[in-house]
Structure formats: structure tokens, C-alpha cells
Design a protein around this ligand. Structure first.
Ligand code: 4AD
Ligand code: MG
Length: 502
């Protein structure tokens, strides 16, 4: 067979021509006379129509014999066809199997999440993971472009570090030739040093937290981008943050609309992501949480969840009844897939109903001084249609490096950015303490060893300047933009507290 290979994404330029495609069989169905193969090559999907009398008998039988995910080479004429997946079809004239596959473990029927995580090495071939990977790719490209185009210099900070950059409880220790070192929780402290050399810098890499939390928002290994800027204040940082996040969203909307649609993302909500974002102080956030508005909001939510639950249960009942009758196999499979999906949704909404009163109570009883919890962030974020900056948290609840607000020494000049619609924190950042004595006091207050931070303190000894930055978590950003509930779906090979599958 001739080797003038085309990619599925190039078919639009080859209508009416005979081309060769190479890829994997995503789906195959047919009668004795014609076989419909959906081919997948990493750039798209294309239906290939194999008519028995247009190809040698042996080829037809081979294609019928081998199953999902066999790799094949097909030749045929490209036809435009709006009804066809991707908009083009191939009328096959020749085909050969490269690597056969039978009994591929992941079938078009739904599987439970545990099964899919165990098979991530294969599940990456699925359309859902493909869309996710494409969106992630754009987000990472947009991150680099934004900083590169805005005068930032990339500084690669170490992964093996000698000191804690965030809470000591979440350090992963590594035996470094007999001396303990830690996997980087952040590149921030090193970046502060680099900012005094370059002015505007950023680092971008994997970071590690031994978080003992099994939530939808936590991984033990995640990717974080951190800009750091000399001569910047809170207002400057918030402006940088909102322009940055808006740029990322704009890029995904322009490059990945089809993937967003396939993933069921809320595109009109994303189109609304433009500066300025909302700004609330922590103190204002506490007033909201403990106020009447939140009480009413939580009650309304509970009512809505109840309605959703009734609807799901009704549909499950209908499907279960259908499954007991005599129905076609394809319908039975379709129902089974829907049932798995619905049971997942039922579990989720039941959890929301169960959690609602506790979360409402936590909010109502929230007292000034504590850090905001996940449920508190969710409530604030649900009440807003655009991202919200929460600023000026209590000093006692926050990291040692955050600058004490000179007009109120109970709070620090920091912020979290909460993504809307209940998603929660995607950015954490602050102005850094630039006064030598105040920083020493904070290090000691938090029980950290001053001698471990001598080099960091030096930055306050030699030409200290106001400076600050933030960190944006890539997986959380991908999850928010795609509407994915759990961030384990937003990285190819997730590391979770309770399990590392492959
Ligand atoms: O708020 P964090 O801990 O801030 C820092 O690390 C600062 N040193 C950043 C800086 O100022 N340069 O983390 C920043 C972001 C969070 O908002 C979140 O998006 C993500 O990193 N993140 C996680 N993502 C997934 N799993 C985890 N366990 C995460 N912990 C933080
Ligand atoms: Mg944070």
C-alpha cells in the first residue's frame, strides 16, 4: 500500500482524493456486507466504510476479525459528510492490520473510575482523556506565552530542596546521601532571590505535597506555575492574576472549543471570564459566610439537590425496568452505560445533600481567625459568576513569608483566587515580608529554624524591595475550565494520597 500518509486532521484538504490513514480502531460495527470502522490517529476520528465487494475477501475478514484498538493502515477516497464524526469519511479501497488487538479491556460501555485509573495507560486513548490532554496542552502553552510575552524570565528552581516553602507537615523527605532533603513544595523562595536579579521571573514545574487529604482538589504531585515580581504591590499582583487567568481562558476558548463541548464545559460561563474579577477581603468573606444570605443560599441549594436526586432516581427506576424486559443487546448496553453514569451522579448528589447541613453550620459558626476551609471556599465561589479574590487573611493562619499589613498587623497582604461555580482555589499568592526583623520574628513564631533560612534572609539585607507573586495549580485550572469534578482526570498519570495506580 502506498505510504503517502495523511493525518485525520488534514482530510479537509484532501476531499475527493485517495489517501492513506494510519491509526487505531476506536469502534467497529457492521453486517456481513459492510464494516464501519471509526479510526483514531491522535489528530481526530474518521469513519472508514469498508464494503465487502470493494476490497479483497481476506482484507474484509481480517478487519471483521480484529477488535477495538487494533492498529491498521487504510487507503481510500475522502468524502465530506456532515453526519460523520469529524465531518469526513473514507471509502476504503485497501487495508492492512499492523498490530491486532482482541478483548481490549476498556469497552465503549462505561467502567468504574477505579478500573479506569488502573488502566490509565490504555484509557489515555479514550476520547475524554484526549480532549482533556488537548485542553491541558493549550493551558500550559498559554501559561508560558503569557509570561514570555510580558517580560518574565523563566528560572528553573530545584526539586530537591533543603527547607520547607510551605507547611512542614506536607514535606516529602528524600534520603540524599544520608542527609534529609525534601521534594519541592514550591519554587517561590528561590524565585524571590532570582527576582532581585531579573526583575520579573517565573518557574514552572512539578511540586509535591504529602497532603493527607483525599479530596477532589488534592494531588500529591501537581504542576504549578509561579511568577515573582520585584517592585509590585497587592493591586499590581491582583491585576497580573486576573489578566493571566483571563488570557488562559481566552486561549482555550479559541483553540479548544470542540474539546470543551465534548467535555460538557460551560462555555458561556467561560466567555464571562474577563477582568476585573471580584475582590473581597477575608473579613468580608467571613461576614458573608456567617450572614443571612448564606443561610438562605444553603437552604435553596438543599432544595435543588433534593429535586435533582428525585429526577435521577426516577430515571434509574425506568432504566432498571427496561433492563428486566426483553430488549435489543445494543439498547441493553446503552442502558447499562447510562445506569453507571446515573448511579455515580446519585452518589454525588446524595453526598451533597448529606454535607449541606454540616457545611451550612460550619459557615454559620465560622469565626474570624481560622483559615477558610474547602466548604467555605465552595460556598463563596458558588455565590459568584466570575473568579473572586479573597485578600488579607489573618496572619496566624498563613505562611511565614507573607507581608504583615502595615495598617493592620492582624492580617497579611495575601490572596487566594477562587474559581467560580463552586470550584474553589486555583491561585494562592502574596506580597512577601521584606523587612528583615519582621521576617525573623515570623520564622521564629512559626517554630521554623532561622539558620535554615539565612540565605532567604540575606535578600532582606541587601537592597530589599517590595515584591510578591503567586502560584497557579495547573490541574485545578484544567478541572475548572473543563468542568471536570476531580483533578485526577486532569493529569495523565495522577498521584493520589491513597493510591498510585501506575
Ligand atoms: O496556595 P499554595 O500552597 O501557594 C504556594 O505554594 C505559594 N508558594 C505560591 C506562590 O506564592 N509562589 O499553592 C498554590 C496553588 C493552589 O492555589 C492550588 O491551585 C495548587 O497550587 N495546589 C494544589 N493542586 C493540587 N494538589 C494539591 N495538593 C495542591 N496544593 C496546592
Ligand atoms: Mg493556598
Amino acid at each position: 500500500m502506498s505510504r503517502d500518509r495523511k493525518l485525520i486532521a488534514e482530510l479537509k484538504d484532501n476531499v475527493g482524493q485517495e489517501v492513506t490513514l494510519e491509526g487505531w480502531v476506536y469502534n467497529s460495527r457492521g453486517s456481513g456486507k459492510v464494516q464501519f470502522l471509526i479510526l483514531r490517529d491522535g489528530t481526530g476520528l474518521c469513519q472508514c466504510v469498508v464494503e465487502k465487494d470493494k476490497v479483497p475477501d481476506e482484507t474484509f475478514e481480517q478487519l471483521r476479525h480484529w477488535g477495538q484498538e487494533s492498529s491498521i493502515r487504510v487507503r481510500g477516497v475522502v468524502r465530506a459528510d456532515e453526519r460523520s464524526v469529524g465531518g469526513y469519511e473514507l471509502a476504503v479501497t485497501a487495508a492492512e492490520v499492523i498490530g491486532g488487538a482482541s478483548d481490549y479491556p476498556i469497552t465503549p460501555k462505561s467502567h468504574g473510575i477505579d478500573f479506569l485509573l488502573k488502566h490509565r495507560h490504555l484509557h489515555l486513548r479514550s476520547q475524554g482523556q484526549w480532549c482533556m490532554g488537548k485542553v491541558r496542552h493549550t493551558i500550559i502553552d498559554a501559561i508560558r506565552r503569557f509570561f514570555n510575552d510580558n517580560g518574565f524570565t523563566l528560572i528553573d528552581t530545584p526539586i530537591l530542596t533543603a527547607t520547607a516553602g510551605e507547611e512542614e507537615q506536607t514535606l516529602f523527605e528524600v534520603d540524599y546521601f544520608g542527609q534529609p532533603l525534601y521534594l519541592a513544595q514550591t519554587g517561590q523562595l528561590y524565585l524571590e532571590s532570582a527576582a532581585a536579579g531579573f526583575g520579573k521571573v517565573y518557574c514552572f514545574g512539578p511540586t509535591f505535597r504529602a497532603e493527607k487529604s483525599k479530596t477532589r482538589r488534592h494531588l500529591t504531585e501537581f504542576w504549578m506555575v509561579e511568577p515573582e515580581v520585584a517592585f509590585i504591590d497587592m493591586d499590581g499582583l491582583l491585576e497580573l492574576g486576573e489578566n493571566f487567568v483571563s488570557y488562559i481562558v481566552e486561549r482555550v476558548l479559541s483553540d479548544n472549543r470542540s474539546e470543551l463541548e465534548q467535555l460538557g464545559a460551560d462555555i458561556s460561563a467561560l466567555e464571562n471570564i474577563k477582568p476585573p474579577f471580584y475582590r473581597l477581603t477575608y473579613t468580608e468573606a467571613v461576614d458573608i459566610l456567617t450572614g443571612e444570605k448564606t443561610k438562605a443560599f444553603m437552604a435553596k441549594q438543599l432544595e435543588e439537590f433534593g429535586g435533582e436526586k428525585d429526577k435521577i432516581e426516577k430515571r434509574i427506576g425506568e432504566l432498571e425496568a427496561e433492563q428486566k424486559g426483553s430488549i435489543k443487546q445494543w439498547k441493553r448496553d446503552k442502558n447499562a452505560a447510562e445506569l453507571i453514569e446515573l448511579r455515580g451522579e446519585l452518589e454525588e448528589v446524595s453526598a451533597k445533600i448529606e454535607n449541606n447541613p454540616r457545611h451550612a453550620q460550619l459557615a454559620a459558626e465560622f469565626r474570624w481567625g481560622k483559615d477558610l476551609g474547602g466548604s467555605d471556599e465552595t460556598i463563596i465561589s458558588l455565590m459568584h459568576d466570575r473568579p473572586v479574590f479573597v485578600t488579607h487573611y489573618p496572619k496566624a493562619a498563613k505562611a511565614f513569608y507573607m507581608k504583615t499589613d502595615r495598617s493592620n498587623d492582624k492580617v497579611v497582604e495575601n490572596f487566594d483566587l477562587l474559581a467560580p461555580a463552586g470550584f474553589g482555589e486555583i491561585i494562592g499568592g502574596s506580597v512577601r515580608e521584606d523587612d528583615y526583623d519582621l521576617l525573623v520574628a515570623r520564622i521564629e513564631e512559626q517554630g521554623l529554624k532561622k539558620e535554615n533560612y539565612e540565605w532567604y534572609l540575606d535578600l532582606r539585607k541587601y537592597g530589599s524591595v517590595p515584591h510578591g507573586g503567586f502560584g497557579l495549580g495547573v490541574e485545578r485550572t484544567v478541572a475548572w475550565i473543563t468542568g471536570e469534578k476531580h483533578i485526577r482526570q486532569c493529569i495523565a498519570f495522577p498521584r493520589l494520597m491513597d493510591k498510585v495506580y501506575i
